[in-house]
Design a protein around this ligand. Structure first.
Ligand SMILES: Nc1ncnc2c1ncn2[C@@H]1O[C@H](COP(=O)(O)OP(=O)(O)OP(=O)(O)O)[C@@H](O)[C@H]1O
Length: 249
């Protein structure tokens, strides 16, 4: 499968003298959902900021759709949609207007635009709120607008940061169902979350970060092996716990 996101030897951080990320290397292929997990401060958001182009690598590089941000800015940016942990919306625009804006930004074809908007509004229980201003939405509803925007764009890569916090159980289920759908159609998904049972159930592979380094990467079996527990089975959470505490916390 084709690699949509490729991070190679990425070292970076907020000050040149004290990098937060150390030699991060991983890829996300088309049709693959990868879970990015780690304790508070492990470096997940800093990694994501590098992917978004908000931070520049000190060494190493990030390629999306085969190009770096410097090589082809437009292509790089339009190849992904980002769903942040905290929704960022325009207070004075309605739900529908946000979707229309995304439709224009990502050149969603007019013929299927209306149909897809209707479907998304239904899937995320937002039909009654279609004309509501963003400032009048609940936190979870704002999160749903961000998610609908990303899904409407249908990019090759989804970068999703801790999406479950504000969502109700129906919203979580709708999101996971849609992610499985887009993945099956060939999208690549990188999702950071602390909800390890959901990450385990839905992701194909996992990246475990600790103190700015990748300490395990691969399937559940690979992560278990890295934690030294391959013979005994165990959940992602068991392996994670061993990896980040040595089993001693
Ligand atoms: N704006 C900043 N300036 C300086 N240091 C920062 C900044 N943001 C984060 N850091 C530091 O970078 C390290 C990694 O933080 P990061 O936000 O990437 O962690 P995280 O894995 O996303 O954690 P969480 O699960 O809490 O969101 C931490 O040591 C943190 O203190």
């Amino acid at each position: 499968m084709e690699s949509i996101l490729k991070v190679s030897g990425l070292t970076g951080g907020y000050s040149p003298r004290r990098p937060v990320l150390h030699d991060i290397t991983f890829e996300v292929k088309a049709g693959e959902m990868i879970g990015l997990i780690g304790l508070n401060g492990a470096g997940k958001s800093t990694t994501i900021k590098h992917l978004l182009g908000l931070m520049k690598p000190q060494t190493g590089e990030v390629r999306i759709d085969g190009v770096t941000l410097e090589e082809e800015t437009e292509r790089y940016r339009s190849a992904f949609a980002y769903v942040p942990e905290t929704p960022v919306l325009f207070d004075e625009l309605t739900v529908e207007e946000h979707l229309r804006l995304t439709g224009m930004a990502y050149s969603v074809k007019d013929a299927n635009y209306e149909e897809r908007v209707e479907e998304l509004l239904k899937q995320f229980q937002m039909v009654p709120k279609r004309k509501a201003f963003a400032s009048h939405l609940s936190k979870g509803m704002k999160q749903k607008v961000m998610i609908m925007n990303a899904l409407l764009a249908e990019p090759p890569l989804y970068i999703i940061d801790e999406p479950f916090l504000g969502l109700d159980p129906l919203g979580i289920r709708s999101l996971l169902e849609r992610l499985v759908e887009v993945k099956e159609k060939g999208a690549a998904i990188l999702m950071s979350s602390h909800i390890l049972s959901t990450v385990e159930a839905y992701c194909d592979r996992f990246i475990v970060m600790h103190h700015g380094r990748i300490v395990a990467i691969g399937t559940l079996e690979d992560v278990r092996r890295a934690a030294g527990m391959e013979m005994r089975g165990g959940s992602l959470e068991d392996a994670f716990y061993k990896l980040v505490t040595g089993g001693n916390a």
